[in-house]
Design a binder for this molecule. Structure first.
Ligand code: NAD
Length: 454
């Protein structure tokens, strides 16, 4: 049995459903494979129409879905509305993709024709986290469907109600059984891995490593988007107040529970004024009930997550660092924790090395951009890196040397555009990128055809 509860009111049970067994997953996979024939037969126009209808269905339920994301995963209302708007855009964008050209042609010597074409992989197994309960399932499912695949979606347990509601909305737009949510935990996820022809995972680095190994063992193509330990570098010429406000929101917006959240701030040169501005900006963020319009920082997902943030904060002073703000829980009801900034930590401290999935960040200072880039790169992850400066030479230098799949200049590490590739390097990502046109690479196989005159 899976129980999902509201992080702001843990006595509020949002979903309580039976977990899908391996046999349930096998049956769902069989049905999906049959539905896929019908889906391929629908052609580009049929698939585009259905995905367009799915976009309208999600748009029509936007207010209800945003409220559900607030309730089930504690996402602040403004961000939840943004996520639903983005989900609609993702569906509309991929509704156009079936019409895109899918190959290249060439003339071999002696006439004839040489060309490439693509085919759907078959059944896509999608395993997703809870933090973007609509956008992540859709940024995988929409391209998988657009390119002609069937889908089994295994959502994270804390986002079960969101995923089930999404499948209800999409069902009338698609052939029966083509897109099925199989709720459950790791066992259900493993059963999906046993059935899928292609696997797309988003979640923690540790779980991702097991998914990659399991898929590789079966020879199934796999992509995995995992954790981040994202740095934001601040050069001396950056606008102090604007940069502090932007970074504060990237640290603690949605309680820091984004793979793209800023986890390390690296200040170049004299840092006192910027540090003070950052502390002030972090303290100015409104913590509280995520259903309120003015709240930026809601609760973390569960008690264990809150305990991890509190333990990391509690270790700062013993490690010779300083807590500049935060470090304590907020209120008695719900998993709220104050946005927390630590200063003066050694390289080997947890907050410098590992992703602690909550509103907590470490700040450090270095002498020049070279040192800042070395420090930024000195972790296993490489998802996003931020740079704040007006110096174009520094920007060009950093763009070529930062170990990150996404580099953001004078912009928060959080927030990405669905129509360009998304993903990291090093331990943050495995396989081809997600989103934009890059998604075609995971959800289709590429074939080269030679036709000579007979
Ligand atoms: P998680 O790794 O605990 O779970 C992710 C999914 O994997 C869930 O559906 C879970 O049930 C499933 N799972 C767990 N063990 C499994 C197993 N052995 N076999 C098959 N499936 C299994 O992650 P989470 O707590 O849901 O999400 C938070 C993490 O996700 C953070 O590390 C965050 O950085 C990462 N994340 C990454 C991105 C990205 O695009 N890089 C985006 C959002 C979140």
């Amino acid at each position: 049995m899976i129980t999902s509860t509201s992080p702001q009111r843990p006595d509020d049970i949002v979903a309580r459903v039976q977990a899908s067994t391996p046999e349930d997953v096998r049956v769902a996979a069989e049905t999906a494979r049959k539905a896929q024939f019908e889906w391929v037969d629908a052609g580009a126009a049929g698939r585009a129409k259905a995905l367009g209808q799915a976009a309208e269905a999600v748009q029509g339920a936007a207010a209800e879905l945003a409220a559900l994301a607030v309730r089930e995963v504690g996402k602040p209302l403004a961000e939840a509305r943004g996520e639903i708007a983005r989900s609609v855009s993702i569906l509309r964008y991929y509704a156009q993709q079936p019409f895109e050209e899918i190959g290249a042609t060439s003339n071999p010597s002696g006439g004839g024709l040489l060309f490439t074409t693509r085919r759907p992989r078959g059944l896509a197994g999608l395993i997703t986290p809870w933090n973007f309960p609509f956008a992540i399932p859709l940024w995988k499912a929409a391209p998988a469907l657009a390119y002609g695949n069937a889908v089994l979606l295994k959502p994270a347990e804390p986002a079960t109600a969101c995923a089930l509601r999404l499948s209800e909305l999409l069902a009338p737009c698609l052939p029966a059984g083509l897109f099925t949510v199989v709720a459950g935990g790791a066992d259900t996820g493993r059963a999906v891995l046993d059935e899928a022809d292609v696997v797309s995972f988003t979640g923690s680095t540790a779980v991702g490593a097991t998914i990659i190994a399991a898929a590789a063992q079966r020879g199934a193509p796999v992509q995995a988007e995992m954790g981040g330990q994202n740095p934001a570098i601040v050069l001396p010429d950056a606008d102090v107040e604007a940069t502090a406000a932007s970074i504060a929101a990237a640290i603690a917006g949605y309680a820091g529970q984004k793979c793209t959240a800023t986890k390390r701030v690296i200040v170049v040169g004299e840092a006192a004024r910027f540090t003070e501005a950052l502390v002030e900006a972090v303290r100015a963020l409104v913590v509280g009930d995520p259903a309120r319009e003015d709240v930026t920082v809601g609760p973390v997902i569960d008690q264990a997550a809150r305990d991890r943030v509190l333990a990391a904060a509690a270790s700062v002073e013993a490690a010779g660092g300083r807590l500049l703000t935060g470090g304590s829980k907020v209120g008695e009801l719900g998993w709220f924790v104050a946005p927390t900034l630590a200063d003066g930590l050694a390289d080997e401290h947890l907050l410098e090395r590992e992703e602690v999935f909550g509103p907590i960040c470490s700040i450090s200072r270095v002498a020049d951009l070279d040192q800042a880039i070395s420090r930024a790169n000195a972790v296993q992850h490489g998802l996003v890196a931020g740079l704040h400066t007006r110096d174009i030479t520094g920007v060009l230098d950093a763009v070529n040397r930062l170990d990150a799949g996404m580099i953001k200049v004078n912009a928060p590490t959080t927030g990405v555009d669905f129509y360009l590739p998304f993903g990291g390097v090093k331990a943050s990502s495995y396989g081809t990128k997600e989103q934009g046109k890059a998604a075609v690479d995971i959800y289709t196989s590429l074939h080269t055809v030679t036709i000579e005159a007979g």
